[in-house]
Design a binder for this molecule. Structure first.
Ligand SMILES: [Zn+2]
Length: 226
């Protein structure tokens, strides 16, 4: 994974919002679909799901060329509007994974694994994940997205998707441990693990509240029926 889903999702939002705010003309295309940004931030790691089929982790799904091909129709149809979503997926391997690990970023032209390989969990890794989370929370409040994401609105039901992805990653991580009796002491064994766990819980809670607000929009409005 190189960066946990916490960092990948948080930095996806940060980089996408920077692209949205700074690239001329993008802002005029409308607000970002935040659940899509969060999902794209972790999508390259979908290769983990196909490891049983022989797909190697951090290879072609972590390459510029692969995502340029995938996004080509979106660039043609949505033009400027598609850029923050492209940024969200590219930052996964060109920022997070490149710093913390090694990725096949120039596949298929060059199949060498490139990166700074700082490693995780390390102090730098946890600092980067925490910085991403804090920046995300700050930008969400400053941009007015907090109001949008916490409002009773059907569009927030989409937050169930990143919520499911986070839950799946937690299960995937926990499944490497033979029992919960070994897993819990491991989490509590270092301050870095505790910080990462707290960060994940904050992100999970944030997304869960938004998804719940979306589901509340489905309730019949009794007051109006009277
Ligand atoms: Zn990755």
């Amino acid at each position: 994974m190189e960066l946990y889903f916490l960092g990948h999702m948080a930095w996806a939002y940060v980089w996408a919002m920077l692209a949205w705010a700074l690239i001329p003309g993008v802002k005029r295309t409308g607000k970002l679909i935040v659940p899509a940004i969060l999902l794209l931030g972790i999508l390259p790691d979908a290769d983990l799901l196909f490891s049983s089929l022989g797909v190697m982790h951090r290879t072609f799904t972590h390459s510029f060329f692969f995502w340029i091909i995938i996004f080509l129709p979106l660039f043609i149809i949505f033009r400027l509007k598609s850029i923050p979503y492209f940024v969200a997926v590219v930052q996964h391997f060109a920022f997070g994974d490149l710093l913390m690990g090694k990725v096949m970023i120039f596949w298929p032209f060059n199949k060498s694994m490139v990166g700074f390989n700082i490693g995780m969990p390390s102090l730098i890794d946890v600092a980067l994940e925490t910085a991403g989370l804090l920046l995300t929370l700050g930008i969400i409040v400053y941009s007015g997205d907090l109001k949008r994401l916490f409002s009773v609105n059907k569009s927030n039901i989409l937050m169930l998707l990143p919520l499911l992805a986070l839950a799946t990653s937690a299960l995937f991580f926990a499944s490497h441990w033979p029992s919960i009796n070994l897993f819990i002491p491991y989490i509590l064994s270092s301050n870095l693990q505790i910080a990462l766990t707290i960060g994940h819980i904050i992100l999970f809670a944030f997304i869960a509240i938004s998804a719940l607000q979306g589901l509340r929009a489905l309730r019949p409005k009794r007051a109006l029926q009277r």
